[in-house]
Design a protein around this ligand. Structure first.
Ligand code: FAD
Ligand code: NAP
Length: 339
């Protein structure tokens, strides 16, 4: 069975944003759905494990990635339905997320503006239910198509099946590593009704979605390091959700601690970046590896010397321990160890 783009000992360092040295035993770039079936059958014959990578902006790869790594570049956008108010789109999993945001804005299809400049592919967006500035993927999600890695079976997942949560879904939970998301169906609005609830957007009165996108891009560029220049995987820790009583008690000591109560009022989200900063770790780059919380946004761990993932994880563990010792709050990495 021929797979034209199959490579052995494939260098993954340029295929993820943290730039750790990493080699895949085998890799294949998939641009068509039929390539994927062929690749999965090839791996099954050899009893090789299979994992999928999009743009590698939310993962920490091991030095050696065994089996077959599928690089998802499935492309295409199709309008499924359109009414006066809404449009439904089916987008292939390998499409660039930011490209999609710009494309939809240009078509006057609204709802993705706050999610501008998030790196990565459309197929990875449901994995952690990407979110920014008060908007999450699940707000516009209808369904997705995925292929089971073991059986090759195609399956459709509804929003309920995906079990979306805060930076969470079934694909980061019990179904982790089991599926390759090949397409996502979204429902967007044909009327511009911006969500400006977050502080950095609160003073805006955008006349168009393009204006809002431009602003989101500017805010992000002012504080987030460009992975092409300073390797990073975005926020390295997920904001912890803790019991509201614990949050209120901490506020008695740390009056400025930002606390965002959940809808039921029983829990509260705490900004992990604030905890890291208050622990004195912002801009504290390790002398031997350079790894540390970025000086303009402490939640982002940078890897300027492009060192191994084991060193990144060790530094992350050190940071998490310091935060836990100071605040009694456990913070866990958001990017996935790959595989
Ligand atoms: P990858 O990193 O390639 O993969 C991530 C995980 O998903 C891996 O476990 C992989 O196996 C799995 N996966 C990838 N594709 C598929 C697929 N098709 N099917 C099944 N599983 C798959 N995230 C936010 O939520 N909000 C932000 O604002 C945000 N900002 C960021 C800013 C920067 C500078 C960076 C570097 C990252 C940021 N992220 C943000 C994280 C990241 O961009 C998102 O999680 C994005 O969706 C990852 O897409 P990817 O294609 O790079 O996935
Ligand atoms: P920020 O504006 O400095 O805010 C710090 C934290 O406070 C954020 O994590 C955010 O939670 C929370 N927050 C702020 N205002 C809030 C509100 N009105 N209601 C509820 N929570 C609020 O954050 P930032 O680092 O510049 O990032 C801006 C946005 O981009 C955030 O939404 C963030 O999630 C997203 N982002 C994500 C990544 C990633 O890799 N996951 C990387 C960069 C930026 P939330 O994170 O829950 O929004």
């Amino acid at each position: 069975m021929m797979i034209p783009t199959l490579h052995a000992d494939f260098d993954l360092q340029r295929y993820h944003t943290l730039a750790c040295p990493s080699v895949a035993e085998y890799a294949v770039t998939v641009t068509e759905r039929s390539h994927l079936s062929t690749a999965l059958a090839w791996a099954k014959q050899r009893a090789l494990p299979v994992q999928v990578i999009g743009e590698g902006s939310n993962l920490v790869p091991r030095d050696v990635v065994p089996g077959l790594t599928v690089i998802n570049r499935l492309s295409g956008v199709r309008v499924l339905k359109q009414t006066a108010d809404q449009v439904e789109l089916r987008v292939a999993g390998g499409v660039s997320w930011h490209w999609l945001v710009l494309f939809c804005s240009a078509q006057h299809w609204y709802g993705l503006e706050n999610l501008a400049l998030i790196p990565g592919t459309v197929g990875a967006a449901p994995v952690q239910n990407i979110g920014a500035y008060g908007v999450e993927l699940c707000d516009v999600f209808v369904s997705l198509d995925a292929v089971n890695i073991r059986s090759g079976e195609q399956h459709s997942f509804s929003a309920e099946d995906c079990q979306f949560g805060y930076r969470q879904s079934v694909f980061k939970g019990v179904e982790e590593g089991a599926w390759i998301i090949t397409a996502v169906t979204l429902r967007l609005s044909r009327r511009f009704a911006p969500n400006l609830t977050y502080g950095p957007l609160a003073d805006l009165n955008p006349a168009s979605s393009a204006e809002l996108i431009e602003h989101v891009i500017a805010v992000r560029q002012s504080k987030l390091p460009d992975p092409a220049l300073i390797p990073n995987a975005g926020s390295f820790f997920t904001n912890p959700i803790i019991p509201i009583a614990q949050a209120r008690s901490l506020q008695q000591t740390y009056a400025a601690m930002p606390v965002y109560p959940t809808a039921d009022g029983e829990f509260a989200k705490v900004a992990a970046g604030w905890l890291i900063e208050q622990a004195g770790l912002r801009g504290d780059y390790a002398a031997d590896t350079g790894i540390g919380p970025y000086e303009k946004q402490a939640l982002v761990l940078v890897n300027p010397q492009r060192v191994a993932s084991s060193k990144v994880m060790a530094r992350a563990q050190e940071i998490a321990q310091i935060v836990e010792d100071k605040f009694g709050i456990s913070i866990v990495p958001e990017p996935r160890l790959f595989p």
